[in-house]
Design a protein. Structure first.
Length: 252
């Protein structure tokens, strides 16, 4: 401890440990010193992914639920604490977190579990939508499927696929798309050389991106903000995964 933050005023030694607000105790962590390493990072990783730490599994399954349903069971994905939104279905969130751990932290298994559920396979329309909308306009009770809009990456890939230009080859280095010349020349220690026309038609997941250079099409369709942590993408234009959108049938 440094008294008053002064490097010259050293007090008692403090051992590494975990968050008392989560563990409920302030005991030092058991650090497995080995192989010339301090062992602190692996101790932290093992604690984060420990079955005894419920927070990691709960946050992860809530993010997966948000991805598939447009809204998480707790609608503040970066704050599952006291200041965040309370889960609409706490027992379901706990059960999914337990399943995640029991399935050896398999994200693929959780995708399958959610996508094969009756809740996911509901229609966005409901024969009694007007009555239900008055009771639960934000669909927190999951009486219908939320309207979802494709992400910018999927929209670009779909356009390439429909046109017959999609290059499906897997793997390999990042692809550089064409950008405005003045932008390409604006990097001091980096050169932007566009890839071949064939490579530029590859799936968007392979495109090279920088925080300071957002592809115009990606930006128009609300790509993730790469300058900060992005728990939820913006949805402009009033299109769907908006929890405040009333579930009017498509015909209206």
């Amino acid at each position: 401890m440094l008294a008053g933050g002064d490097l010259a005023s050293r007090g008692e030694k403090v051992e590494p440990g975990f968050l008392k607000s989560i563990t409920g105790k302030s005991d030092p962590a058991d650090i497995p010193f080995a192989g010339g390493s301090s062992g602190r990072r692996i101790a932290l990783a093992q604690w984060i992914a420990s079955p005894d730490n419920p927070l990691t599994a709960r946050v992860m399954v809530n993010r997966l639920w948000q991805h598939h349903f447009g809204e998480g069971l707790a609608r503040t994905p970066s704050d599952l604490g006291m200041n965040g939104d309370k889960p609409s279905h706490p027992e379901l969130l706990d059960w999914l977190a337990t399943q995640f751990v029991e399935k050896k932290w398999s994200v693929k298994a959780m995708h399958k579990l959610m996508l094969t559920s009756n809740t996911y396979q509901q229609s966005t329309e409901h024969p009694e939508w007007k009555r239900y909308a008055e009771i639960d306009p934000n669909n927190q009770l999951l009486w219908r499927m939320n309207w979802l809009r494709l992400e910018s990456e999927a929209i670009r890939d779909s356009i390439l696929a429909i046109s017959g230009d999609l290059e499906k080859s897997p793997g390999g280095p990042g692809v550089y798309l064409k950008i405005a010349p003045d932008v390409a020349e604006g990097f001091e220690f980096f050169k932007w050389f566009p890839s071949s026309e064939k490579d530029q038609n590859r799936r968007t997941v392979y495109t090279f991106q920088r925080r300071s250079v957002v592809m115009p099409m990606m930006e128009v369709f609300d790509t993730a903000n790469m300058s900060e942590s992005c728990a939820r993408r913006n949805v402009s234009g009033g299109a769907a995964p908006d929890s405040h959108r009333l579930p009017y049938p498509r015909s209206q």
